[in-house]
Ligand binder design. Structure first.
Ligand code: NDP
Ligand code: OXD
Length: 314
């Protein structure tokens, strides 16, 4: 079988070597092709991150497309237009869960230990111990409890923060023993979150979900962490609520426009921390292993995990 790779973020040889190694372990005979170098080569499977639409449209015999990331919002519209019958399969954790748990844990501790307040005191050379909230009252809410939301939840539970979650279905994932709300009870969920961690995919239903009215449901002083997708949250509304003192601050990894334009006020706000979409990065080794396992499942006639529902958009 022929496997085409389109990923401008990594040298092709890294994917080729990792995929070849895992194919050999699974006794799969695979020719790995650099799609950018051989754009006309027809492939059976494609592994892609932000491929050009002309290339995707020219692929006539694909059996499945693998997205080299967890979020499919950029690729799904291209698939709908050009390859509506071909399954789109996303990465599930593949080494991103631990990175996301690190990112979220740091941001929650930053909020809990009032580090922005101490930074403000330091800027005035003021020595002033601040009151620390009892841990048991410091509820962290996870909006999105998929692969990454649950990885973050497990870490926060180990850190003894009380948790609550909110998902589309309201169904608690396996291993989740804290309360889970469905989105129709979003405001009730938000009302008790001292920190809101957003790990949602960008879909029609989540676009702009966290607007002024929704963010206003958070308790006074609440902190927001967004590592899902920028367009889920209206950053202007967030900034207004921080300015008004209703929200305590935010750690943001994802933005409506990326890179975040230099003139954007988020860069300079003393209570907002900005990172350049790095909370959880695609790791070649674990991703190649997962993709080859999924191809092996397809070859056996099975349906692997991570097949995107085109109607739900994730
Ligand atoms: P999953 O598909 O495993 O989980 C998605 C979660 O979101 C599920 O719990 C799902 O609910 C919930 N959800 C979907 N739609 C809604 C809605 N309308 N209202 C409430 N909840 C909803 O995704 P992952 O955990 O793997 O990844 C989450 C997102 O993280 C990705 O889509 C991507 O955008 C982002 N990401 C960011 C990275 C970064 O570096 N910043 C890196 C990797 C991913 P249900 O359980 O009911 O289906
Ligand atoms: C992803 C991402 O979706 O990097 O994997 O954001």
């Amino acid at each position: 079988m022929r496997l085409a790779v389109w990923d401008e973020d990594q040298p092709f040889r890294r994917w080729r070597d990792a995929l070849a190694q895992h194919a050999a372990e699974l006794r799969l005979s695979v020719q790995v092709v650099d799609a950018a170098a051989e754009p006309d080569a027809q492939a059976d499977f494609a592994l892609v991150w932000k491929p050009p639409q002309e290339w995707l449209a020219g692929q006539q015999q694909l059996r499945a497309v693998f997205n080299l990331g967890a979020g499919v919002d950029a690729l799904l519209p291209l698939m709908r237009s050009h390859l509506p019958e071909v399954p789109l399969i996303r990465l599930q954790d593949a080494g991103m869960g631990r990175q996301m748990a690190d990112y979220v844990a740091e941001a929650v501790l930053h909020a809990y230990r009032r580090m922005d307040d101490y930074a403000a005191l330091q800027s005035r050379a003021t020595w002033e111990p601040l009151v620390l909230a009892p841990r048991g009252s410091f509820h962290v809410g996870l909006l999105g409890l998929g692969q990454l939301g649950m990885a973050a939840a497990r870490r926060l539970q180990a850190m003894e923060f009380p948790l609550r979650g909110c998902t589309r279905s309201g169904v608690a994932p396996a291993g989740c023993d804290f309360p889970v709300y469905s989105t129709d009870r979003l405001y009730e969920f938000l009302a008790a979150c001292r920190v809101l961690v957003v790990l949602l995919p960008l879909t029609e239903a989540t676009h702009g979900l966290l607007d002024y009215a929704a963010l206003g449901q958070l308790p006074r002083g609440a902190y927001v962490v967004n590592a899902g997708r920028g367009a889920v949250l209206r950053a202007g509304d967030l900034l207004d609520l921080v300015e008004q003192g209703h929200l305590g601050g935010a750690t943001l990894d994802v933005f409506d426009t990326e890179p975040l334009p230099p003139e954007d006020g988020l860069w300079r706000h003393p209570r907002v921390r900005v990172t350049p979409h790095v909370a959880a990065q695609t790791l070649v080794g674990p991703s190649a292993a997962q993709v080859m396992r999924k191809i092996a499942a397809l070859e056996r006639g099975e349906t692997p995990g991570g097949v995107v529902d085109p109607w739900l958009g994730y």
